[in-house]
Design a protein around this ligand. Structure first.
Ligand code: SF4
Length: 188
């Protein structure tokens, strides 16, 4: 019997960073915590956050975060694409688990997002409410640790509920402080 039998999509919605694509939450059939440091060793450009724990990486243009009991994927092309990537991921997890005796687990950060990647999850209005001239400048300062995610006040407006949830989930996966209550459940 494989280590991981199934991954099921639990929630899917338009991707707030790219409305032409989809963002989804999926549930693995077992806890994945023990395999995350091994996946960090075999996936190029991944970020392992031991406090989550979580593992975040890019699969081409898709941003994927694996938690012990949840997997999120942003910018999937559509539902079919998402299922194909989840099948690939399930095989990768099972292969990595089978080979774990020959893999040295890695517990550190191997990849950081770029400011442009963070920028995609901000309101992108350049409203200056945070004191920065542009959202991109805010993203740069965030990566430098000079600003905190919650200093973008427009994210707390009702119309940005989906963006807020996605943004705080992503920055938390990269080890930045998110407000209490985040990451929040899908659909909230
Ligand atoms: S407050 Fe938010 S939306 Fe406004 S400029 Fe700063 S990062 Fe952009």
């Amino acid at each position: 019997m494989p280590f991981l039998e199934d991954i099921d999509i639990a929630f899917i919605e338009p991707c707030v960073a790219d409305p032409g694509r989809v963002r989804l939450y999926a549930e693995p059939s077992r806890d994945l915590a023990e395999v995350l440091p091994y996946l960090n060793a075999v996936i190029n450009h991944a970020t392992y956050n031991k406090d989550g724990p979580s593992l975040t990486f890019m699969k081409e243009f898709r941003l994927i975060t694996i938690y012990p009991r949840r997997i999120t994927m942003s910018k999937a092309q559509n539902t079919t694409d998402a299922w194909q990537v989840l099948d690939w991921l399930k095989d990768l997890i099972n292969d990595t688990y089978d080979r774990r005796g020959s893999i040295t687990p890695v517990h550190g950060v191997r990849w950081r997002p770029t400011a442009l990647q963070i920028y995609e999850w901000l309101p992108r209005t350049n409203c200056k409410a945070c004191g920065e001239p542009t959202c991109l400048a805010f993203a740069v300062k965030l990566l430098l640790g000079e600003r905190t995610p919650q200093e973008c006040e427009p994210l707390f407006l009702p119309e940005h509920a989906s963006l807020r949830r996605a943004f705080f989930e992503i920055v938390a996966a990269f080890g930045y402080p998110a407000p209490p209550g985040y990451p929040a459940p899908p659909g909230t």
